[in-house]
Write a protein that binds this ligand. Structure first.
Ligand SMILES: [Cu+2]
Ligand SMILES: [Zn+2]
Length: 172
């Protein structure tokens, strides 16, 4: 009797210390061709103002590379199977952290800057999207690293081929 009460207290304290929104999203980025050395990882967390997305890549040609969530959770066919930009509202291409969901695709994260050693990192806060619920959920979407810079032109930023790809999944 007494020990079960202690156990319940311990379980209660544990549950209080883990918020209900503690789920995280994760993806592993791999090159889209068999000989590619491109690699990377994506961590998505709930943060004030939206979801924070942290991307780290390596073995990528130096310079700016467009990076977006795409609508299908597949990296087949050199990333083409991922389809178009994740765009539930059928709006114009933009930069979601600045333009919001009315003026940018839900997948528009701009560019990742890669240094001379082939390493790049990016952190953005995406307003309006979420990890798991409804039409703005990122779970199961692909993240695509492009060959070229996203120049913010229409309809999808002219970022060229797809050199890296991963699929978002919920890990906690
Ligand atoms: Cu893209
Ligand atoms: Zn877009």
């Amino acid at each position: 009797m007494k020990s079960s009460r202690i156990l319940l207290t311990i379980v209660g304290i544990f549950m209080l210390s883990v918020p209900a929104f503690a789920h995280e999203g994760k993806a592993v980025i791999k090159g889209t061709t068999p000989d590619s050395m491109v690699s990377g990882e994506v961590i998505i967390k709930h943060e004030e103002g939206g979801l924070s997305v942290v991307v780290n890549v390596s073995n990528v040609p130096p310079g700016k590379h467009g990076i977006h969530f795409h609508e299908n959770g597949s990296c087949e066919d050199m990333g083409k199977a991922a389809g178009g930009h994740f765009n539930p509202d059928k709006v114009m291409h933009g930069f979601l952290p600045k333009d919001g969901l009315q003026h940018a695709h839900a997948g528009d994260m701009g560019n990742i800057d890669v240094n001379k050693d082939g390493i790049g990192s990016l952190k953005v806060i995406l307003p309006g999207v979420n990890l798991e619920e409804g039409s703005y959920a990122l779970n199961g979407k692909a993240i695509i690293l492009h060959e070229k810079e996203d120049d913010m032109g229409q309809p999808t930023g002219n970022a060229g081929g797809r050199i890296g790809c991963g699929i978002i999944e919920v890990v906690q």
